[in-house]
Design a protein around this ligand. Structure first.
Ligand code: ZN
Length: 430
């Protein structure tokens, strides 16, 4: 089972100055920066997924969904995605490179943003090894298997997805099948998804990409997979699109899943309330630790609001911030107490919450929660136990929730831990 990471131009500055908190003045984004597979000893995934809607601005789609500049898009199409992503080193060049439409970006439109012709051309230029037919998301999965969906245009979307798949595989064959096509599965219930799967197999697809799983619970996903497998048998390969339940992968080893993509190990490094840093435990499960939030005082809107309202002075704030950072770095070197370090961080958080205009009672409650979580992290010092190249080189900086260079590094570390966890899980279940 392969783990693919859905790339959204995630890179870090390898020469970032953590003490001065800055990049070199002449650093050029993308050119000087490095992807996870460049900065880590081994790629922390088995392949990359690139969504067309993240690369190309589609008509009527919000600009915020596009992660590439026009010149980056042009470069990618000129030299191919593998070269563009610098995913072509000796240990990388044979890894999977999967093209997808990124249907969520245009999910609110009546029709997909890209035509099958356009998608095939894009995949060809990008030189993907695999490409998924252009689908249209159906926003429900009714486990009771009704004959028709609740979503008014659900049937239309179901048919559009299948018609697109038929055109798509025809075009890929006309081009001499330079990449392996995957048929996208959309449906409003396990039963309708199984029927779509059977149609795709009849069209000639040997590899299906199951969509619409993102909001589903573990048991619902299992029901979908069981229903699909019952209908199409064990042979066709399956890819799970946007598999948000990646942490439960040990429950999914029995469905013949060939691959899945997920961004959650990286995203949770800086979006999750408390599970920011992954580490595999003795029992083969994943432990999660809360990163220590010390945001940049003068770049934080909550803190700036506090200054504007006259609650505290900028100088005091910067002093508190520096104190928290120094205490934490000293603690890492074995100097200073856990209690004193936690105090310094919690005190800085007190300012953060005041800046937000919270009342004293909820501030007190929030601070006690912060303290409990960071004390656990400080007691355990997980960054010292990790052997990955990120933790080995930047040490305690990886656990600090502060600026993209720390947060993304922590995300890369999580990808690496997750990738190893997957390998261990598969070995155990074999
Ligand atoms: Zn690490």
């Amino acid at each position: 089972m392969k783990f693919l990471y859905s790339d959204t131009q995630d890179y870090v500055d390898p020469n970032y100055d953590f003490i001065g908190d800055r990049s070199a003045p002449n650093r050029e984004r993308y050119w000087d920066d490095v992807y996870a597979h460049e900065i880590m000893d081994a790629a922390p995934y088995d392949g990359l997924l690139v969504a067309m809607s993240a690369v190309r601005q589609a008509k009527g789609v919000a600009k915020s969904k596009v992660r590439y500049s026009t010149s980056e898009e042009q470069l990618l199409l000129r030299i191919g995605a593998r070269k563009f992503l610098r995913f072509d080193g000796p240990n990388l060049r044979d890894l999977m490179l999967l093209g997808d439409c990124g249907a969520f970006a245009y999910a609110d439109k009546p029709e997909p943003a890209f035509l099958p012709e356009e998608v095939v051309e894009f995949y060809l230029d990008a030189e993907f090894t695999h490409g998924i037919s252009p689908d249209h998301v159906i926003f429900e999965c009714n486990l009771a298997n009704p004959d028709v969906p609740d979503q008014v245009d659900g049937i239309d979307r179901f048919q559009i997805t299948l018609e697109n798949a038929r055109k798509f595989i025809g075009l890929v064959r006309q081009e001499g099948s330079p990449f392996e096509p995957l048929g996208a599965v959309q449906g409003w219930s396990p039963q309708s998804m199984a029927e779509a799967s059977a149609e795709l197999v009849a069209m000639g697809y040997r590899y299906l990409a199951v969509g619409g799983l993102v909001p589903l619970k573990v048991d619902a996903i299992k029901q979908v997979l069981e229903t699909i497998r019952r209908k199409i048998g064990p042979e066709p390969k399956l890819h799970l699109l946007g598999f948000a339940k990646a942490d439960h992968i040990h429950q999914f080893t029995g469905y013949g899943i060939t691959s899945f993509d997920s961004t959650s190990p990286l995203i949770r490094a800086f979006k999750d309330e408390k599970a920011n840093y992954y580490l595999e435990n003795q029992e083969g499960g994943l432990d999660y630790y809360t990163a220590i939030r010390i945001p940049q005082a003068l770049e934080n809107t909550r803190l700036m609001q506090g200054i504007k309202r006259g609650l505290f002075r900028a100088e005091d704030l910067v002093k508190m911030e520096q104190n928290a950072l120094t205490m934490l770095r000293n603690f890492d070197k074995g100097m200073g107490s856990l209690q004193g370090t936690a105090d310094a961080v919690v005190e800085y958080h007190h300012y953060l919450l005041q800046g937000q205009g919270e009342d004293p009672k909820s501030i007190e409650k929030a601070l006690s929660l912060v303290r409990t979580r960071i004390e656990r992290t400080l007691r355990s010092q997980p960054w010292k136990r990790c052997k990955c190249s990120i933790c080995q080189s930047v040490g305690v900086e990886v656990i600090i929730f502060r600026s993209s260079n720390r947060n993304k590094r922590r995300g890369f570390h999580n990808l690496g831990v997750y990738h190893q966890h997957l390998k261990n899980t598969l070995e155990r279940s074999a």
